[in-house]
Design a protein around this ligand. Structure first.
Ligand SMILES: Nc1ncnc2c1[nH]c(=O)n2[C@H]1C[C@H](O)[C@@H](COP(=O)(O)OP(=O)(O)OP(=O)(O)O)O1
Length: 165
């Protein structure tokens, strides 16, 4: 079935739900999680979650890694932003970070199971569809800004800008 793509006024778009993601990379592997609850439950993603009122994106991504995996990423680097126009939940504005160092031991919690994953073995078939558009480029060190229209969990449209080197 072909779904019609609805119009989104990106000029005035505002993601009601600010959120974060973290990708820790060490020795050719990236620390992913299997999400056990929340938006995207059952999918593989980076740790992260919704930004609390008064919190900066950086504070949020550190707190979420502590809550979900009992680790504290050190010196997070902002790599990009993802704007998700959703059909069935509030629109999400996600700030994406990487880190190469962390404190603690990645530990399974009620929220997430840690999955150290070879950089050439990323399980895209278990992830959000948009990850195929930006994750590999980001892991190669490129910064980005992306816009996506979703109908449920199906990506209908996307536009991705990569920062010039
Ligand atoms: N399409 C897409 N691709 C990649 N990542 C995401 C999406 N949509 C998303 O929502 N996400 C990410 C952004 C956030 O990191 C999570 C969603 O937040 P969630 O885990 O539900 O937030 P928490 O604050 O941890 O939720 P609680 O379970 O504690 O209420 O997915």
């Amino acid at each position: 079935m072909v779904m019609a793509i609805r119009e989104v006024d990106w000029q005035h778009w505002h993601g009601e739900m600010p959120a974060t993601l973290m990708f820790v990379v060490q020795e050719g592997k990236v620390l992913l999680i299997e999400k056990l609850r929340g938006i995207g439950k059952g999918k593989v993603n980076g740790p992260g979650g919704k930004i609390d009122p008064g919190e900066t994106p950086e504070q949020c991504v550190v707190r979420e890694c502590q809550e979900e995996l009992h680790i504290t990423p050190l010196d997070p680097v902002k790599m990009g932003e993802l704007c998700f126009a959703m059909s069935d939940i509030p629109d999400i504005h996600c700030h994406v970070f990487m880190a190469t160092r962390y404190e603690g031991v990645p530990t399974a919690t009620e929220e997430a199971i840690p999955l150290w994953t070879d950089l050439d073995q990323i399980p895209y078939d278990r992830m959000w569809e948009d990850d195929r558009c930006w994750l590999a480029g980001m892991l190669a060190g490129r910064k980005f800004f992306g816009r996506f229209i979703f109908e449920g969990e199906t990506m209908l449209w996307h536009e991705l800008d990569w920062q010039a080197h």
